[in-house]
Design a protein around this ligand. Structure first.
Ligand code: NAD
Length: 499
């Protein structure tokens, strides 16, 4: 069994705390590695080393910093297959999906190559008599990111690429469930030319996270994960005077209007509801058809599609739609919630509870589920299940459908399927949710826009990636300058005649 490490000052460092967590292959249920869980002392020492390296990096001109990212992009493409395989082996998602995970991170790195432009400040000529005023964006120093298991390549890159492009040193605390790809990314950043100490990967659990939150050197913390932890980290980090942005859980609704193309809507729901076993913060977990006829038509379209879904290990290549969930505990939690749905009176139209995959009996596979007639008071409606479970709630009017999405405590993503521009426009304008799809089920903004949810899905002021990331990872300094007059009086105002 492999013993993983931390990545400190450009090299792999064994854990010293004596505490470890098991890393599973979710397809087989086997423990394939141990990841060290850092102690507070280890974390503090790693942060101190980053602080030593950071000033020289901040003083490196932004174009040279961007060149490291350019090379990193080349290396990501070179190692795409290797990264995807390692990712699938620990996470369980299919290989095409794992490549998508790397790709969506890579695109943010590409955006960050524009750092020299994005970091340009502002200038006012002659703000007063002989006075100029300019603002510059400066790196914060040492910053940290705490990331979830479900996108072990993309989300670390969303965090460290802009932070490092801005001249910060970055402490990455990835999920302890799939830490190998984050370690590989750090190796590639070194190979791309990043100086040692600028990207440190520290593995760990709550102890390591708390050490980051309480360390005075750390200036800013970015988090992605579940809402209770997001809320906890936001409170503790901001109480300690840090800049903080935390992105949490989701319950994304898709509204299907009676005029929508039902085949398109059903296809969209299959991908958005069951892709990656539902372990996406932008997954659609609630379908809200408007009118019983729409609801009945949708179920009729969904059921045969769900029955055709191929669930299997990533090693099956393209021949699988989604893989196992990440741990046995995740599987148990999903099945517990499904049972609560049955007990609370929802209609289980497709029952995936007895799903079994020959040869993979110990893997963490969960069959697809479809619930109909789900109501607001049910746990399966209120809770983020994070599994292959789609719930249908029936709304009689557009306003009622809208109210489902509006009233839910989460506000990450949402979508509407309709052929009517007026309805779509009204929806986009009124909905209190951060990312909206119109006939697009998973409206993840591209790298040059920003990503972030509202309500209990996001804590803090700025979004991830896009221009907001450059605001989050820098602070503004404004200089007012006046030079004493008089020097120019003694100056020469005419071209000298050449002798
Ligand atoms: P999680 O909250 O369990 O873990 C996230 C990170 O927090 C990990 O690094 C983990 O080690 C750390 N952590 C866990 N418990 C902690 C504690 N008690 N104290 C301090 N740190 C702790 O989340 P997860 O299960 O890894 O990821 C799934 C969740 O992430 C889902 O809720 C999903 O919706 C959410 N997510 C949100 C977004 C978004 O952009 N909004 C994106 C991806 C995932």
């Amino acid at each position: 069994m492999e013993d993983l490490s931390h990545f400190v000052n450009g090299t792999h460092v064994k854990g010293a705390s004596g505490r470890y967590a098991d890393v599973f292959n979710p397809a087989t249920g086997e423990v394939q590695a141990r990841v060290p869980l850092a102690s507070k002392d280890e974390v503090d020492a790693i942060i101190a080393k980053a602080a030593e390296a950071q000033p020289a990096w901040a003083a490196t001109n932004p174009q040279r910093r961007a060149r490291v990212l350019m090379e990193f992009v080349r290396l990501l493409n070179r190692d795409m297959d290797k990264l995807a395989e390692a990712l699938s082996r620990e996470h369980g998602k299919t290989l095409p999906d794992a490549k998508g995970d790397v790709q969506r991170g890579l695109e943010v790195v590409e955006f960050c190559i524009g750092a020299p432009h994005l970091l340009k400040g502002e200038f006012t000529d002659s703000a007063g008599p002989g006075i100029d005023m300019y603002s510059m964006r400066q790196a914060l120093g040492v910053v940290a990111g705490i990331t979830p298991f479900n996108f072990p390549a993309m989300i670390p890159m969303w965090k460290f690429a802009p932070a490092i492009a801005c001249g910060n040193a970055f402490i990455l605390k990835p999920s302890e469930r799939d830490p190998s790809v984050p370690l590989m990314l750090a190796e590639l950043m070194k190979e791309a030319g990043l100086p040692d100490g600028i990207l440190q990967v520290v593995n760990g659990d709550k102890e390591a996270v708390d050490a980051i939150l309480d360390n005075d050197t750390v200036q800013a913390v970015g988090f992605v994960g579940s809402t209770p932890i997001a809320s906890y980290i936001y409170s503790r980090a901001t109480a300690n005077g840090k800049r903080c942005q935390c992105f949490g859980g989701a319950k994304n609704h898709m509204i299907i209007m009676p005029d929508a193309d039902m085949d398109q809507a059903a296809d969209a729901l299959i991908g958005a509801g069951y892709g990656a076993a539902g372990e996406r913060c932008m997954a659609i977990s609630v379908a809200v058809p408007v009118g019983d006829a729409t609801a009945d038509a949708l179920v009729e379209k969904l059921v045969p599609r769900i029955e055709k879904l191929k669930v299997g290990p990533y090693t099956a290549g393209d021949d699988v739609d989604y893989g196992p969930v990440v741990t046995a505990a995740a599987k148990e939690n999903i099945l517990r919630l499904v049972q609560s749905g049955v007990d609370q009176g929802a209609e289980l139209v497709v029952d995936g509870r007895n799903f079994n995959l020959q040869g993979y009996e110990d893997g963490f596979f969960v069959g697809p589920h479809l619930f109909d007639r789900v109501t607001r008071d049910m746990d399966i409606y209120k809770t983020e299940i994070f599994g292959p479970v789609l719930s249908q709630v029936r709304a009689q009017t557009y306003e009622e459908a809208l109210s489902y999405a509006m009233d839910h405590e989460y506000g990450n993503g949402t979508a509407i399927f309709t052929r009517d521009g007026d309805t779509a426009r009204d929806f986009a304008s009124r909905i209190n949710i951060g990312m909206v799809g119109i006939n697009v089920p998973i409206p993840v903004p591209l790298a040059y826009h920003t990503f972030g949810g509202w309500k209990k899905s996001g804590f803090g002021d700025l979004n991830q990636h896009g221009p907001d990331a450059f605001r989050f990872y820098t602070r503004t300094k404004t200089v007012t300058s006046r030079w004493p007059s008089g020097l120019k009086e003694g100056g020469e105002f005419h071209f000298k005649q050449m002798d």
